[in-house]
Design a protein around this ligand. Sequence first.
Ligand code: FES
Length: 111
Amino acid sequence: MSDREVFKITIKPYGASYHCYPGESLLTASRNSGLTLANNCQKGECGTCKVKIRKGQIKLAPFMLSALSMQEIDADYTLACRSTPLTDVEILVEMSGWPDARFYPRKDKQD
Ligand code: FES
């Protein structure tokens, strides 16, 4: 697989990044990388995985409007569990305060 078939996902403001294969969701790729984005239902119903797209393009699969409103879409928010990248993407993960983190390293991936 060439580098062009893998997209780089950068998490702001933390600067962490991971790779995502075409057709893979931002959430699944984050889990595979060990930088798991906050999530719950994993099917576009709860809104827990909401992130803001700062750069790049994504394809958004069907979801519940109770999880992500049209106003939020207009403001560049998306659901990581329903979003697949079409380019390299920069996402903003809003965090209200540690330990209520919006992403966290998987315990089984820590050294
Ligand atoms: S984890 Fe529930 S909407 Fe993504």
